[in-house]
Design a protein. Sequence first.
Length: 534
Amino acid sequence: MMEDLRNLADPNESPFFPLLSKRILHRHLDEGWPGLLRRIVDASEKAEMLYDESDKDEYIIKLRKTLENSEFLPNSPLMVNISEDKKKIFACFALDARKPINEFLNVARQVHDGMGGVGYTLNHLKAPGEIKNFIQLFDKDTEEHQSGRPRPASNAVTVSINNPGFIGILQQAGKTKVTNLNVGIPDSFMEKVRRSDSEALEKFNMVAESIHRTGQPAILFTDRVPNVALEENAPIAANVCGESPLAADESGLLGSLNLVKFIRSNETDLSFDFEKFIETVRIGVRFLDGMHDIHYHSSPQLKKNTLSTRKIGVGLMGYAHLLILLGIRYGSEESIRLAEEIGKALMQGAQEESTRLAYKRGVYPAALSNNINREKKRNALLVAIAQTSTLSLLVNTSSGIEPINGYLTKQNILDDTIYILDPILAYTVQKLGLNPDDVKNLLLGGIELSNVIGEKLAYLFPRALDIKPEEHIEVQAAFQKSIDGGISKTLNCSFSTNVEEIKQWIQLGHEKGLIGFMIYRDNSLKSQPIEVIK
């Protein structure tokens, strides 16, 4: 059984890899995946030379094995740019929109050219027209400079619901080409909503109506966002997917653990290997911290602020597939307990390694300059759970902590369209002696999955729209409970969802301790990145 499982969630088995390799391997296509892993390990080895640690050789061996087994992968900008002279290897950026517009755009273009996403906040602007115009200008500029980039660049803007001009962001909902919209909501505002304050209720309703109509803005509970920066009271903005809170002119990098790779088997059942998982988290933290020392920064201020906090984001992918293989339904009480346990182990491993690195290499400088009274850490933030769109496709596993979107999906990647059966469903039907292509055709023909593999097994394959919105929130809250960063997560709901339900879910997300999330009503956008066929 374990031999079969080792072939799951692996680039060699991913039908997406041949297409994505054009982007990921870039100018090194002839060296293939092994060549890329070698370049990543070489870069880490160079970073290790800056420090006096006796276990360098042992660490490099472990890192190489971890990468070869696809147990951990860094964010895609690192994979694309690791061999460049100017190593632009970070994925997450927040830029200071208070600066002169030409200076802001110049730095943003450099970040985008390196495959970074740009987050920014416009709370210094108070008029709806100013906010609207800035979003439009930057969105247009980003789109006009896409040519030659390994992937299309994207942005995220955050405006507080208490900003007098916040309606300016709602006016852009559904209209931007490459910009995600976030509305920042403090605890005091949610308290006013609970007290039925008329002004707060009016604004709250406007946000919910916009989400219902367009899927935007996403929700960011700003008082929960970790505010750790070199400069006190610096504006904090979410990155493009919302999982990595950063100060203005600061950046960070991410890496994700592939949860399917931590399944262990005995004679009778499967379980999650927490010991191996924590060990791999620690390898990931050490690797990501070292990358801070070789990354090329697009401005002196980015370099200064970023190296002062050394923020990283160790995250996850493959949670939905892990559940299926363990015989657990997404959204069930058992799945929520497991999410809480994994989140706790993730944070534990990250804290242990960052503390060890602090004693060996020093704490992050901002902790010293600001007299921050915290435990010794090498990195101001440690965990961020992204949606891992590219990484999860590379290894053919489910995205981040999201459920599967469908049994069969049509997905546009670069200039190609792919129709594919969910890989764990394909694995399951093969174990039953069925042909995956035959099952695909049956599903396309309108046959229910339960009529193909039986009710008991079909129950383990809930799609995003099969899961109750409250269950989406409970799962995210379980992961959020122990970690120090954010989570990129979408609450999928049916086309029939009404505005009142959306308001209830925003309130529930706040009550459950979420930092932020997105609510998407099915087919509220004309063009969806993933089209669920079945």
